[in-house]
Design a protein around this ligand. Structure first.
Ligand SMILES: Cc1ncc(COP(=O)(O)O)c(C=O)c1O
Length: 382
């Protein structure tokens, strides 16, 4: 499979016909346990927490798409991040992008820090700041790029060079772009993380998360965490993600086309005070986006003048749905301060630059003219 191009891998990696029946779709193995062939002998599976044939297929597909050596599927994106930091030990230092999904901050601050892991939020778009934050006990640098919702980019290769010179590993949350548009491992990262809930599934009908590793130690550790902690993706959810992956390149093409058209419309709109979208030359990191990404995706955020304006906009939209999440076929709009970043304090939000008028948009695959007309009439209502 290694020589095949991305769209071929999306359809075929891990998705070969079922050897028993020839079914072209991966069967959903709804079995918690498997008959053993003797004492300590099995056919490859013994208990579904440790391994399940449907999950194995998805994990193979994920590793192939991200160019890693092992894939590991979890119940949610947050469970995957939890498994990632379970690599660390008490006393270790973790550097995390300052502008990340607030669920990551909640997990780190309210749970992981209680295990004696030191967590430091750094503006990872500034390589000098990353270098300055490194301590003798730094074990991992976790990056989200582009970030949520401000679309700030981090130079993955730049961070990896700094980290690797000191024996530190780099993990990248690649949820916003998917492996179609960004390949962190090829750029130097050690581990890729996904909320498969988003583009990989693509249809807003299942939760999931994934880690993709690049070393035998990652494989051993993540397999142990799956088996020991147990937050593994169910066979049916694995099937949904496998199905979603087959059309991922096609969907992303349409998401991209629509994202670009919507961003161009919003960039000139008088009611939009700020637009965060890395695909326009006015984005301060446009050059990095062109260098590091294969496209610009369909995530963006806008700033309206106030919470009141944001409320009027969210009431007026007709095709866009006022809902959290992203990466599905339908377009969504959400008020960042009360949804994705509702769990962090106002002060943290202010420090991050997320004000009460900020709205995140996930552009779906509907007709772009209809989407623009919807935004136009909603902005007119502001
Ligand atoms: C960038 C990013 N990472 C991780 C997560 C968490 O994923 P999940 O909701 O599947 O737990 C999200 C969820 O919105 C996200 O946007």
């Amino acid at each position: 499979m290694a020589n095949y191009k991305f769209s071929t891998l999306a359809v075929h990696a891990g998705q070969h016909p079922d050897p028993l029946t020839g079914a072209v779709n991966v069967p959903v193995y709804l079995s918690s346990t498997f008959e053993l062939t003797g004492i300590g002998a099995d056919r490859g599976w013994d208990y579904s927490r440790a391994g399940n044939p449907t999950r194995d297929r998805l994990e193979t597909a994920l590793a192939a798409l991200e160019g890693g050596t092992s894939g590991h599927a979890f119940t949610t994106g947050m469970a995957a991040i939890g498994a990632l930091v379970a690599m660390l030990r008490s006393g270790d230092h973790l550097i995390c992008s300052r502008d990340v999904y607030a669920g990551t901050v909640r997990l780190f601050d309210q749970i992981v820090s209680g295990y004696g892991i030191q967590i430091e939020y750094v503006d990872t778009s500034d390589l000098a700041a990353v270098e300055a934050a490194i301590r003798p006990n730094t074990r991992l640098i976790h990056i989200e790029t582009p970030s949520n919702p401000l679309m700030v980019l981090t130079d993955i290769t730049g961070v990896a060079k700094i980290a690797h010179a000191r024996g530190i590993e780099v993990s990248v949350d690649n949820t916003f772009l998917s492996p179609v548009l960004q390949n962190p491992i090829a750029l130097g990262a050690d581990i890729v993380m996904h909320s498969t809930t988003k583009y990989l599934n693509g249809h807003s009908d299942g939760l999931g998360g994934a880690l993709i590793g690049t070393t035998p130690e990652h494989k051993e550790r993540f397999l142990l965490i799956q088996k020991a902690a147990g937050g593994v993706m169910s066979p049916f959810e694995c099937y949904l993600v496998l199905r979603g992956i087959k059309t991922l390149p096609l969907r992303i093409q349409k998401h991209e086309e629509n994202g670009r058209a919507v961003a161009e419309f919003l960039s000139g709109h008088p009611k939009v005070q700020k637009l965060a979208y890395p695909g326009l030359p006015c984005h301060p990191q446009y050059a990095l986006a062109c260098r590091q990404q294969k496209g610009f995706g369909s995530m963006m955020s806008i700033e309206l003048q106030s919470r009141d304006e944001a409320a009027r906009f969210l009431t007026a939209i007709k095709i866009f749905l006022n809902a959290e999440s992203l990466g599905g076929v339908e377009s969504l709009a959400s008020h960042s301060a009360t949804t994705t970043h509702g769990s962090v304090s106002e002060e943290v939000r202010r420090r991050m630059g997320i004000n009460e008028g900020r709205i995140r948009l996930s552009i779906g695959i509907e007709d772009k003219d209809d989407l623009i007309a919807d935004l136009d009439q909603a902005l007119a209502a502001v």
